[in-house]
Design a binder for this molecule. Structure first.
Ligand code: COA
Length: 445
């Protein structure tokens, strides 16, 4: 059976940086540790005035094509996943293809293009589409480009404002991939929910606390569904578990639930029983309330055990490094968690070829998806050529006043005069509107 999966990855971060504990928290009158310890965030990325979901996506895709020496003829699909689209008809992928055609010889006239929407899970769904297209033998030897690109802005004053971010991840999906092969087995947890939505509005309506609960509930269903086809999951099956990361504190909750699930009825649960007791089983309690109280108490004790903390430090913590520096990238977030894990392995000299990842994606509204990935031989070389650290270090540091101006500059209903804060070079930029109100882009040498 042909292996299909992620062959190459590139990232483009918004070029501005907002320091959350240092700049944002003091203006909000909040304790900086709410950010660093509670939410787990150091900084957010924001787009400069000439950046948007198209420029960030096209810049990531250009890096991907340059690095792999690709021409448009090598690409049979361009799918974009986003929750920040500005057009209900023309897909962002056509704008990105148009940008790329400015700089590459040839064109994408025979590539299928689309746009996927299901909150943050849409990037993973686009990878699925590409996987199925290749497996069905419809790709004519060509690869697919999947771009997850978002400007994750909230209304000012919304609790979500603390978790904003902006950036794009471009992934090449091919046969015989260099980074990871995707498992055929998948699990879903999907239900009609109203935790986060944008009914024809730019900024989301969010029930933040509820979205945390819905994330956990759907993720748990997806894991059970995955196990129904792939068999039970165990702690040592997976080197890393990258989750969708709206903010690292969310993953801290998901990791603990996942750990509890995976150790149930195993020797690890039995070994820990002396220290913290066995996991409460619902049948042993007279009411749901009593059972939930017991679970809460068990979880509190579980997270303090060395066994849990060692596992978390090895399998989860390394997936959060990039997220801590950039905030929420919506559709891109789970994909930067994967990159973060692979980057950690490369930096610590860990051999990963043949090892497996368990990847948990989530989109509000709501759906979680879980699948496994097997790391391929070329992973180290691919990750070694990312250049993300330089991009992060080069970001322009925003003052609070500049942050407010930039937020307004990206607000579709506000008119602003703000000048760009950085100088574009070797990248696509937004240049204004055309005669049908379409957005226009140029490549700046
Ligand atoms: N020191 C350490 N931790 C602190 C702290 C401090 N001074 N102040 C707060 N915290 C902790 C809180 O205990 C909480 O952690 P916990 O959930 O583990 O208890 C965390 O920091 C967040 O604080 P909280 O008061 O709950 O923040 P909030 O009311 O501003 O809202 C969200 C948090 C997530 C609801 C909000 O950011 C949001 O709406 N985000 C957008 C939606 C989202 O991303 N949902 C996730 C699923 S997709």
């Amino acid at each position: 059976m042909t292996a299909v999966g992620i062959d190459a990855i590139e990232i483009w971060t918004g070029k501005l940086r907002l320091d959350l504990p240092g700049t944002f928290a003091p203006f909000k009158g909040e304790d900086p540790e709410k950010y660093t310890k509670g939410l787990g965030l150091e900084a957010s990325s924001f787009p400069d005035v000439y950046e948007d979901i198209v420029t960030m996506g096209a810049n990531a895709a250009k890096r991907l094509m340059d690095r792999r020496g690709l021409t448009p003829d090598d690409v049979g699909r361009i799918d974009v996943a986003t929750e920040s689209a500005f057009d209900n008809s023309k897909p962002v992928s056509t704008y990105i293809a148009g940008c790329l055609e400015q700089v590459f010889d040839g064109d994408f006239h025979h590539a299928n293009k689309g746009e996927r929407k299901f909150a943050c899970v849409a990037g993973t769904q686009s990878i699925d589409d590409a996987y199925n297209w290749i497996k069905a033998g419809r790709n004519r030897g060509r690869s697919a480009i999947v771009v997850a690109t978002d400007t994750a802005l909230y209304e000012r004053g919304d609790p979500g404002e603390a978790t904003q971010g902006a950036g794009a991840v471009a992934m090449l999906i091919s046969e015989d991939p260099d980074v990871v092969e995707l498992s055929t087995e998948q699990g879903y947890g999907s239900a009609d929910e109203t935790d986060f939505l944008k009914p024809n509005q730019q900024f989301p309506s969010v029930d933040g606390k509820r979205s945390v609960q819905v994330y956990l509930a759907r993720m748990r269903e997806a894991l059970e569904d995955y196990e129904s086809v792939a068999g039970d999951t165990h702690l040592d099956d997976f080197a890393y578990i990258p989750f969708h990361t709206p903010f690292p504190g969310m993953v801290r909750k998901a990791g603990l639930l996942g750990f509890r699930h995976m150790i149930r009825d195993t020797e690890i649960e039995a070994d820990l029983a002396g220290e913290i007791g066995r996991q409460p089983r619902e049948g042993e309690f007279g009411s749901r309330e009593a059972y939930e109280d017991a679970i809460r108490e068990y979880m509190d004790a579980l997270k303090r055990t060395e066994t849990y903390q060692d596992w978390y430090a090895a399998a989860i913590e390394p997936t959060l490094t990039i997220s801590r520096q950039v905030g929420n990238w919506y559709t891109g977030s789970v994909h930067i968690a994967r990159v973060s894990a692979l980057k950690n392995a490369a930096e610590t000299g860990r051999g990963l070829t043949g090892e497996r990842l368990l990847v948990g994606s989530y989109g509000s509204g709501a759906q979680a998806e879980i699948h496994a990935e097997t790391v391929r031989e070329g992973w180290r070389d691919e990750i070694g050529r990312l250049g993300l650290d330089e991009q992060l270090a080069r970001r322009y540091e925003l003052s609070f006043e500049e942050y407010e101006q930039i937020h307004d500059a990206h607000n579709h209903v506000k008119e602003t005069e703000i000048e760009e804060l950085t100088q574009p070079s070797g990248e696509f930029v937004f240049t204004g509107w055309g005669r049908m109100n379409e957005r226009k882009y140029d490549y700046i040498e």
